[in-house]
Design a protein. Structure first.
Lengths: 211, 315
């Protein structure tokens, strides 16, 4: 299992400041990397892994190429990172073209790790960023409704279909796509609500059927 | 007597550069000879070592007859000192330790012999030792790769070559990790990772790291450092167009994302009729056709490697 989580910028190896042209060039590169006939991934990835990687890149491109979609997406990311954050702080400056994955396989977050203090945002910090375990569809729905957010709003910002969001909230695993996608979906969903994306998706996916 | 000038750089340490690639027939020996030639032309004292025991032909790439004294003589102790099997190539500053007419199967070298060879190679009085590694992923080949300061992986734009390069990377890395593992259980995990169809579901170094971390977090920490230090450099040989040149960048990206290995792209060498013509005449294309595309590519790459530069994608 070597699928990646991470956001649309990671998918294209871009920094948050990437220009429209950079989005375009990066997409061309990664689309070629995961193309059906690509030499560099042909023997490295299984066909379905390659398809998933391709899909992830395409999804990222669809959002980042469109200035309006990208603005909404960025706003969602911004909100998620305004509250106390358990993840490593994000680099904001220009990043290397390729994110090195060597440091990626993150062990479970150390219990001793304290949330990093950061300027509180009134509406976000008032609420818990970590839902009680285990995170389920209904507990996600409850968190969403408490925040007065509609599925349509999340769908508009994340470009995830309302249908899928509803399946997530209903724990209808069989109706959902492969695990990698659902991970991305739940992370974006969580981010939009100001929940910790990593923790939320990990807990939710514990009950998701593998294979 | 050379007196260090104020502000003069200290003499760089001797370096071992290894050219591997897993697959045969992709031009490793020719590239080794060409790189050696170029480095010598730039004033470096270079010794080429034909470590392709059993399939040695580096001497032919240099237009030399099979030398009488070879690495095999040193391994079998027919030659006492490794210096005794070093031969001149006719190119100033460039010398050769041939593996010609050695019928040593790779498996025949025992570990202590290998250590002796490596130690003596390291003690040679030169600036750069270039090791031409044979095809395959046997321990002999991988161990030579792992002791080098700079490990170059040659590929050609063909599926089989690239598949072998990935296999080479995994084999080399797992060999290294197995070597540093102090715990028997961890060692076992590494060994099972070498089996592509292992029951633990380990397919990449990242998977291995995760598996080890569960039971031995300290070992995982050590592994992480080893993986981070493992930096193969790709050379794409026989490129025909820009798409082929881009394969190096793709390999680097794929290694980072899917293997967790930080490789770099050292350079590419064009497919070039001039090379082919020179090979037919048993002449080195660097001498026969110094202005050919391939010769210029090799020169650029050798310079880049000396200066620690790599090809990078910027956007």
């Amino acid at each position: 299992v070597s699928e990646k989580s991470g956001d649309h910028y990671d998918a294209l190896g871009l920094s948050r400041q990437a220009t429209r042209e950079q989005v375009e060039v990066a997409y061309q590169f990664f689309a070629a990397l995961y193309a059906e006939s690509a030499l560099a991934t042909y023997s490295l990835l299984e066909p379905d892994e390659r398809r998933e990687a391709r899909e992830r890149v395409r999804l990222a491109y669809e959002v980042l190429r469109d200035s309006e979609q990208r603005r909404q997406y960025d706003a969602g990311l911004g909100a998620a990172h305004a509250g106390p954050v358990l993840e490593a702080p994000r680099q904001t400056g220009p990043r290397p073209v390729f994110k090195m994955a060597a440091s990626k396989p993150a062990p479970a977050p150390a219990p001793a790790q304290r949330p990093l203090p950061s300027p509180p945002r009134p509406e976000a910090s008032a609420r818990a960023r970590i839902l009680p375990e285990p995170v389920t569809g209904p507990s996600l729905r409850k968190a969403r409704e408490e925040r007065g957010v509609s599925l349509q709003e999340i769908a508009a910002a994340t470009k995830i279909g309302v249908r899928f969001l509803d399946y997530i909230e209903s724990d209808r695993y069989a109706a959902l796509p492969a695990l990698v996608y659902v991970r991305g979906f739940v992370q974006q969903y969580a981010r939009f609500l100001g929940l910790d994306p990593q923790r939320t998706s990990e807990s939710y996916l514990l009950r998701f059927p593998r294979g | 007597v050379s007196q260090a000038l104020p502000g003069a750089l200290p003499r760089p340490r001797r370096q071992i550069w290894a050219l591997g690639g897993g697959k045969g027939g992709i031009g490793k020996s020719l590239l080794t000879a060409a790189m050696g030639f170029e480095l010598a032309r730039m004033g470096k004292r270079v010794i080429l070592v034909d470590a392709d025991l059993g399939g040695a032909n580096l001497h032919t790439c240099l237009g030399l007859a099979a030398p009488e004294r070879t690495l095999g003589d040193f391994i079998r102790r027919r030659a006492e000192r490794i210096e005794d099997v070093v031969v001149e190539t006719g190119v100033p500053l460039l010398r050769l330790i041939s593996g010609a007419s050695d019928f040593l199967g790779a498996a025949n070298i025992k570990y202590p012999q290998k250590v002796r060879v490596l130690n003596r190679i390291r003690a040679l009085d030169v600036d750069i030792v270039l090791l031409d590694l044979g095809a395959g992923t046997s321990y002999n080949i991988i161990d030579f790769f792992l002791v080098s300061e700079l490990g170059l992986l040659t590929v050609v734009p063909e599926p089989t070559s690239i598949e072998n390069a990935y296999r080479f990377i995994k084999s080399a890395l797992y060999r290294r990790l197995r070597h540093v593992a102090s715990n028997e259980e961890v060692r076992q995990t590494v060994e099972s990772a070498l089996d592509a169809k292992n029951s633990l579901g380990i397919r990449t170094p990242m998977d291995l790291l995760a598996a080890v971390h569960k039971s031995h977090p300290d070992a995982a920490e050590l592994f992480r450092a080893e993986i981070a230090a493992f930096r193969p450099r790709f050379v794409v040989n026989q490129v025909r167009d820009e798409g082929d040149q881009g394969i190096g960048h793709q390999l680097v990206a794929a290694c980072a994302r899917h293997l967790g290995v930080r490789s770099t792209y050292a350079g590419f060498v064009h497919y070039d009729e001039a090379v082919w013509r020179s090979v037919r005449q048993r002449r080195l294309f660097m001498i026969e056709a110094p202005r050919s595309l391939a010769a210029q590519d090799v020169a650029r790459m050798a310079r880049g490697l000396l200066q620690g530069e790599t090809l990078e994608l910027r956007w």
